[in-house]
Structure formats: C-alpha cells, structure tokens
Design a protein around this ligand. Structure first.
Ligand SMILES: Cc1cc2nc3c(=O)[nH]c(=O)nc-3n(C[C@H](O)[C@H](O)[C@H](O)COP(=O)(O)OP(=O)(O)OC[C@H]3O[C@@H](n4cnc5c(N)ncnc54)[C@H](O)[C@@H]3O)c2cc1C
Length: 503
C-alpha cells in the first residue's frame, strides 16, 4: 500500500473503529491515531447482527437502547465536525465495512477498543485477518473499565472468583489512570459521511415517552458529562450516595450514569477523576467511596466476561450447576415468563419494576435484583431468558454487568453462597415503606394507602371495594405462593449443587 493517500494527498490516514466508546474524551485509540496520522476517520458500523432477534423472540437491541445509540452517533458526529473531523457511519458487518473503507481512504492503520465477549471477539479476529490480508495494521486498546487492563495485579485468566478478593487486591495495588483529554482539533479524509439509520430503518418503532419516566436518557458524550456535573456537583448527591442508592423512585437516588458508561459516552476514569476532585474540594466519606466501589463491580463483571467466555451464557453458568431450570419451550413456563415480562405477577414490587422497565428501558439496581430473584429463585425459570429480556429492554445494557449480575442472582455466577432469594414483601417494606414506587407504576392499586399497597392480597373484600381493587379482575392474585416456591427451589438447588462436579 502506498504511503501517499489519494483521499488526502498528504500523509496516510487512519481509521478509529468505534464500538462501545462513543466519545472523544479519554479515548486512547483516537489519541494514538492522531499522534501518527494527519487524517483520522471515526467510523461506526451499525451491525445488523445487533438488530437480530434473541432466542426469547425479542429484538436484541430494543427501541430504548437503539434510540440512545442514534442520539449518541448524532452527537459524536457534531462534536467531530466541530473539531474539523468526521464520523462516517455505515450499516454492515465491521469485518466487511472496515476493510472497504480502509481501501477507499488508503488507511494504513485501524485503531479500536477491545471488547471481551465472545461475539465481539470473533468480529475482532475476523477483522484483523481481513485487514492483515490487505496490508492494514491494527492496534487495539482497553478502555471500557476504570482500572486499566494492563494495571491488573494478575492476568485476567487468574481473576479471583469472588469480588471482594478482586477489589481488595486492586484497591491495594492499582492506581486508576488519569483520563486523557479530548483532542482540540482533528482532520479526516474526504469521504461520504453516510446516514445514521433511523429507528424505523432498524425495524423498530419510536418508544412512546411515558409521562411517568423519571429521567429521559439522551445519548451523547455531552449529555453524559452534563449528567455527571448535574448529579455530582449541582445536586451534590455524591456525599449521600451510599445512603440513597437503593431508592426506587427519585431521579437522583443513584447516579444514572449507566447508559452513558455502557455505550462509552462517558469514561469511568473521568467519573473516578471527578470523585477524587469532589473528595478534595467538598467532602470525602463512605458514600463518596461507594461510587468507586460500584465501578469496581462494573469492571469486575467485564473481567468475568473476558475470563469465562461462552461459559457465562450457559445454563449452569460459571458454576456449571446442573439445575433443572424451567425452559420457555414449556408452555406453562412461557406463560409465567410472560406474566413476569408484562408485570402481572400479583407481586406489586415485581410488577412495578417490570412495568417501569417496559415503559422506560430502565429500572433501579434494587428493583433489578428483586425481579431477577423472583424469576429465577421463585418461578425457577431459566435465568438466561431473564437476561435476554434485559438485554433487549435495557437502555444501559452492558454484556458483563448484565450477564454477570443475572448469573450472580441466579446462583450460578461468582461467589455463589448457597440458596438465597429476595423476599419481595420485605424488600418493599425496607426500600419503599410508603409505597410510592408501586403507586407510581401501578395505577390500579394507587388508592391503597401507605405500604399496604404491597399486599393487595391481604385486603378484605370491603377494603378492595373502598380502594377500587378487585383481585383477579383489575389486579391479579399472586401467581404463586412465594415461600413454598422458594423452598422447593432451595431443595432443587441443594440437589443440583450436590450433583455438580467441583471444577
Ligand atoms: C439482574 C441485573 C442486571 C443488570 N444489568 C446491567 C446492565 O446491563 N448494565 C449495567 O450498566 N448495569 C446492570 N446492572 C447493574 C445495576 O443495576 C446498574 O448499573 C444500575 O442500576 C445503573 O443505575 P445507576 O447508574 O444509577 O447506578 P449507580 O448506583 O449510580 O452506580 C454507578 C455505576 O456503577 C456501576 N454499577 C452499579 N451497580 C452495579 C452492579 N451491580 N454491577 C455492575 N455495575 C454496577 C454502573 O456502571 C453504574 O452506572 C444489572 C443489575 C442486575 C441486578
């Protein structure tokens, strides 16, 4: 390949192939490309495989995340153009698109961030082969985590099987790197920018904006940085984060950074640097440190995905547990799964959370834990069906965090410590004693006073009349006896543990 680029007429060009890293700040591949190339093209491939249908029949990328992606691409294109550069967007598989564009602009190098999950790794491998054959060099970087891959105290293959061991080692021995600044200027080769596809073109329909939505997540780097500023500095929420983070209903109970972190609009190292600055200039306490603790969880699940590969997505999970999950091919299991999805289980905490998820693409961590436990530990349904539903619906879907958390709650992930399940009645009392969350999402129960809203099954016929609830009519009876079902699950779980060879 010539070192002169016909597209630029000067030095050779480079491509920065973007994936879950839709930002300009703290972007090592971009910095590396700019250091050695006069012309750098940002390139994003809208991969049709990301818009296929999952085994449960739902779109792999549902409308909330697709809309967030489109907004993020639009924002990044504007930001790149403001610096003098360009973001090219193509619909197609990266293994085909990237080499084609490399030829078109006579690029000598392709820079990108590595992704840990098997599907993404296969794409990377295929792309590398294609580019090598075309004489184009590739360089990849690690950029999705707070702790840099190369700073880990051990190889990923030796990752400890408990989070606490991981965190202790990392906190003692690793410093988080400073985030890199965004470039001040860039130049891109002349090329057709390409349209950013619409939701309709991706086979999806615009989600209706539900008036009950707490926070409408808008994609884009500046939106992510603005949320960081508004939550941490304006609302001054970091100093009470640990205390409020389990809240179910308030916009600022937790940071809500997750969608921007998942798509890489926001770098976790930037969040970390802001926590440090906050601790220096405002206050340092247990709450401020807890945000970093949660970001360690996020990192950890990413290393888990890298270490375990395909095993993370198997029925037995990391434990290889031989648990007899109810399969969605079974009619009754499918019906029960559908009730969970629709939020008609008769358990208000579960129903409110599932309806929030369906209406907004988001629900809080506490709610996620409860609904995941209910599906797997009470209904005994294959945890992967739940993980797929989340994959489809979540605006903040992140492969490691989703599958790692699901496996953890289902008892087949890291740190399995015997059978545990969330008593959703108790959880509702602990985290929403006055019933505001249920009242927000379940209008048919809204007149039931206080925390009693979580036990419509305990209302007398007179009370049902008074509060406008008719169990089995406008709100379902509990679909299962929770304690009996959980006891039966526990027996099956213990049997499965005994039958599973220790690896
Ligand atoms: C079954 C289940 C599925 C989940 N799926 C996802 C997912 O696909 N994507 C995702 O980002 N998070 C997932 N989580 C983790 C967590 O629920 C969300 O990160 C959190 O609710 C996002 O809200 P927030 O940004 O306000 O969180 P905050 O409480 O403000 O936390 C700050 C950040 O720390 C990280 N974080 C917090 N809790 C966790 C956790 N348990 N695991 C990993 N990272 C965490 C997130 O990046 C989050 O944005 C899942 C949790 C469960 C129980």
């Amino acid at each position: 390949m010539s070192s002169e680029s016909p597209a630029t007429g000067t030095k050779p060009s480079a491509i920065v192939w973007l994936r879950n890293d839709l930002r300009l700040h703290d972007h090592e591949p971009l910095q590396a490309a700019l250091a050695n190339h006069s012309h750098v093209l940002l390139l994003y491939c809208v991969d049709p495989r990301q818009f296929s249908t999952l085994g449960i029949g739902a779109p792999k990328t549902g409308p909330f995340r697709a809309r967030f992606l489109i907004e993020s691409l639009e924002a990044l294109r504007s930001a790149a153009r403001a610096l003098g550069g360009e973001l090219a967007v193509r619909v197609g598989e990266p293994e085909t698109v990237v080499p084609g564009i490399a030829r078109e602009i006579n690029a000598t190098h392709v820079f990108f961030h590595h992704e840990p999950a098997p599907e993404e790794r296969r794409i990377e491998d295929a792309l590398r082969v294609q580019l090598q054959d075309a004489g184009v060099k590739t360089r990849f970087f690690f950029g999705h985590t707070m702790v840099h891959h190369d700073d880990l105290p051990y190889p990923v293959a030796a990752l400890p099987d408990t989070f606490s061991k991981y965190r202790n080692a990392v906190e003692r021995r690793v410093s988080v790197r400073e985030p890199l600044p965004a470039p001040a200027t860039m130049r891109s080769p002349q090329i057709t920018a390409g349209d950013i596809p619409t939701l309709e073109a991706l086979g999806l329909t615009e989600p209706a904006d539900d008036a009950r939505t707490l926070l409408r997540f808008r994609g884009g780097e500046s939106e992510g940085l603005e949320r960081l500023r508004a939550w941490m500095w304006d609302a001054d929420q970091l100093k009470t984060y640990k205390t409020t983070r389990n809240g179910l209903l308030a916009t600022n109970d937790s940071s809500k950074f997750s969608p921007w972190l998942a798509l890489g609009c926001l770098s976790p190292r930037t969040v970390y640097a802001e926590v440090q600055r906050y601790e220096r200039t405002r206050v340092r306490n247990e709450d401020t440190g807890w945000l970093v603790f949660e970001l360690h969880w996020r990192d950890y699940f990413r290393w888990v995905a890298a270490k375990w590969g395909a095993r993370l997505y198997s029925a037995g999970g990391l434990q290889g547990l031989r648990y007899p999950w109810r399969d969605l091919r079974d009619h009754d299991a499918r019906m029960d799964f559908n009730r969970w999805v629709e939020g008609t289980t008769g358990f208000p905490l579960v129903d409110a959370a599932m309806r929030e998820l369906a209406a907004t693409g988001y629900t809080s961590n506490r709610a996620r834990q409860n609904v995941a436990s209910f599906l797997t530990r009470v209904l005994g349904i294959d945890w992967r069906a739940g993980a797929q539903w989340f994959e489809s619906m979540l605006v903040d879907y992140d492969v490691g965090s989703n599958w790692g958390n699901w496996a953890y709650v289902a008892g087949v992930g890291n740190d399995a410590r015997g059978f545990r399940f969330f008593n959703v009645h108790k959880q509702a009392g602990n985290y929403d004693a006055d019933g505001a969350f249920a009242r927000h999402w379940l209008p048919e129960l809204a007149r039931i006073p206080g925390g009693r809203i979580y036990r419509p099954d305990q209302l007398s016929t007179d009370e049902q009349k008074r509060y406008g609830v008719v169990l089995g009519d406008n709100y379902p009876e509990p679909m299962v006896n929770m304690f009996a079902a959980a006891d039966a699950s526990a027996v099956r779980y213990d049997r499965a543990v005994a039958a599973t060879p220790q690896s």
